[in-house]
Write a protein that binds this ligand. Sequence first.
Ligand code: AMP
Length: 443
Amino acid sequence: MNVLVLGSGGREHALVWKLRESQLTDDIFCAPGNAGIAQVAECFPVDLSNPAAMLQLAEKVKADLTVVGPEAPLVAGVVDEFQRAGRRIVGPTKAAAQLEGSKIFAKEFMHRNAIPTARFAVVDDYETGLKFLKEFGLPVVIKADGLAAGKGVVVARTREEAEKALDNFMVQKSLGGAGDQVVMEECLVGEEVSFIVLAGNRGWLPLVATQDHKAVFDNDEGPNTGGMGAYSDDSILPESLRQQIVGTVIEPTLAGMAAEGMPFQGFLYCGLMLTEEGPKVLEYNVRMGDPETQPIMMRLRSDLCEMLTASLGGQLAALGARWSPNPSVCVVLASKGYPAKSETGKEISGIEASESLGGVKVFHAGTVFGNRRLLTSGGRVLGVTATGEDLPKAIEKAYTAVSKIHFDGMHYRRDIGAKGLRRLNTAQEIHHPDNQAGNPSPA
Ligand code: AMP
């Protein structure tokens, strides 16, 4: 099969890398791709907001299967365009992609279908926003309705921050039309988890759970980014909690979308807060996460191409998926200035040394070749991804691999996976209470 992957980040590099391993793939193409992807797949420029242009490219390269990485082409209707032309593509239709394309749509959908989520109000103008602020108290979360590339959510701790967010989105129009309406919602407390499923036209399949690190600095400090790292470990979601999420979120979401005439196909990403009252949905994404895809693909043992084909053919649930029990960790290396304005054009060195450690894959995001040198070309540059037989070893391997890589101004978080380590330590203390000082040893 010829496969076309749409997108240009670390997520797409991980998908292409995994598809390369498949027995079913012949040629793999990517558009627009990046310097790392170009080493393993032929890349073409394409306008990701133009469904007709993407279809034209798929026809040109005779793609038997197309996979969509980012949300913009989905929200623009690329799947509808391909379906009309009878070309196979994995992803939701424009109608189903509203789960991500409109926060208001998503919240009202969850409300209609009794899917647990934060209490919310839809705000149509600045003045109404000020009124709702009194009702919600502080902290409060303010979200632009439309797509905003990770810049549309503010967790406001003070009234000034909340007013500023409303003003930025609704009066200054900092996000253009995406902030014409906003959602205001109660601030949830708990640990965040990403749970992604691949939904087929019959049945669905869970992927391994991950934890993302959105803030730019260690300890979740500083502004939010597209994601500074992620890890996957079975300890993130104990089986009982997983069952609860499936029963209260995944099944009602897929059933609700089908009942409302928008059956969901493709990757459904549920960003969840594990609150004291149980898991609640923070957001839906209608595609794989970036950087969550990188650690997920490191653990996938099944043939990705076979899984994607089965999702379209209706045999997905029967096929199932096999996973490595070993955890994986992805550390994102970012350019100076990111997430605000990033420096670019810096030479990158050390990738080979990093990968030669074994159990390490360096996925490219903002990279480009210039004068035969590998250069930075965006905010998030590389996703250094490693596996190990347990989480401490995977983390250590990832950071050893990071230490081999250099570009001017490079910065990264040093605590990717730390929440997982804390969880494991707590579990150990519970299992071995005699380790704690002052506890009598069992007789
Ligand atoms: P979203 O794009 O909706 O996932 O929001 C981005 C980030 O904002 C999430 O990953 C959370 O860290 C935070 N966030 C969003 N909604 C809430 C909420 N209701 N309570 C607390 N934090 C939130």
